[in-house]
Design a protein around this ligand. Structure first.
Ligand SMILES: NC(=O)C1=CN([C@@H]2O[C@H](COP(=O)(O)OP(=O)(O)OC[C@H]3O[C@@H](n4cnc5c(N)ncnc54)[C@H](O)[C@@H]3O)[C@@H](O)[C@H]2O)C=CC1
Ligand SMILES: O=C([O-])CC(=O)C(=O)O
Length: 285
């Protein structure tokens, strides 16, 4: 692993003392595969114990190179094998992946955060059973500052997302509204609304806007613009927050993975979260 300041790459004594956290990964795409490979290389305090994939035979073949091979099982079989699941599958599978872990009082790290809005009952289940849903910062930045500001009063949160055309084509909102972006020659604003509306219209694109809204003033008061820009190579998000504690502006330019909709930093955000769970020094909330 990479050397970090203050010797954080060394296994701390208490992490050696605690049994490692057993991690399952559901979905072996751009995010899931990166997490699986990093866990297999070794991440302090965590051990990969199971994965789930659409094509189990192909996944088993793909994972045969792992140092410590793990079973490839159906989603319904994951829960007994792990203490925590990382959901990084298509949004429609969110409840099937997350609910068993919450009912067992365990943790579910949710990447398809947009789908939480249509499955709010999962939060009730988590509360009733002592489970926890974790929405990592993912492809975004600064959710620690937004949650801190939300302890006071936030007056407004605005987000503007700009993406290359290939990262947006096929989104239900574009199809339903007959918006063709394949041949645009300059930036085009294709959506202006709320994260709740975007979660329906762009289910594979705007998880970040929903995560931002859940950190701040919710999916109906946050405002969002989406632009398609043929000149762009990166998925970019710019956020403005006005609160009684601070005013701040944040921006990120995400280098896409093999999946043009998904930035490279997304999987790294989950790895950083997992590392913090057993770290002796935890930076950021
Ligand atoms: N919160 C955030 O910041 C971000 C969230 N996302 C979301 O995270 C999720 C994963 O993203 P990617 O890895 O880029 O997607 P992906 O499309 O590359 O990977 C999803 C994987 O799930 C697999 N899958 C399909 N059916 C399955 C089943 N029944 N059981 C197990 N696996 C199954 C697919 O075969 C595919 O390999 C998506 O919902 C995406 O929208 C993506 C980027 C940022
Ligand atoms: O919002 C998402 O799901 C992904 C995204 O914008 C990015 O990777 O930049």
């Amino acid at each position: 692993m990479t050397e970090t300041p203050l010797g954080l790459s060394q296994t701390p004594a208490h992490a050696r003392a605690l049994p490692p956290l057993r991690v399952a990964v559901a979905g072996l795409g751009a995010v899931g595969l990166k997490i699986v490979e990093a866990l297999d290389e070794g991440l302090d305090g965590c051990v990969l114990t199971a994965v789930s994939a659409r094509d189990k035979a192909a996944a088993a073949d793909r994972l045969s190179a792992l140092t410590r091979p793990v079973p490839v099982v159906d989603i319904a079989e994951l829960e007994p094998l792990a203490d925590l699941v990382v959901e990084c599958a298509p949004a429609a599978l969110l409840p099937a992946i997350v609910e068993p872990f919450l009912r067992a009082g365990k943790t579910a790290v949710v990447l398809s955060s947009g789908a939480l809005l249509a499955n709010e009952g999962l939060i009730t289940i988590a509360r009733a059973h002592g489970g926890q849903i974790v929405v990592p910062t993912g492809a975004l930045l600064g959710l620690d500052a937004v949650t801190a500001a939300a302890e006071g009063e936030i007056r407004a949160v605005r987000m503007v997302t700009r993406k290359p055309v290939r990262g947006l084509v096929g989104a239900p909102y574009l199809v339903e509204n007959g918006i063709a972006i394949e041949d645009i020659t300059g930036p085009l604003r294709i959506f202006h609304g709320t994260p709740r509306e975007a979660a329906v219209g762009f289910p594979a694109n705007l998880n970040v806007a929903v995560a931002l809204s859940l950190a701040g003033i919710g999916p109906d008061r946050t405002t969002l613009e989406i632009w398609a820009d043929p000149a762009l190579e990166r998925n970019t998000h710019r956020i403005e927050v006005e609160a009684d504690s601070a005013t701040f502006t944040m921006a990120i330019e995400n280098i896409p993975t093999d999946n043009p909709k998904t930035g490279r930093i997304t999987a790294l955000s989950v790895l950083a979260y997992l590392r913090k769970l057993r770290a002796p020094l935890r930076v950021g909330s």
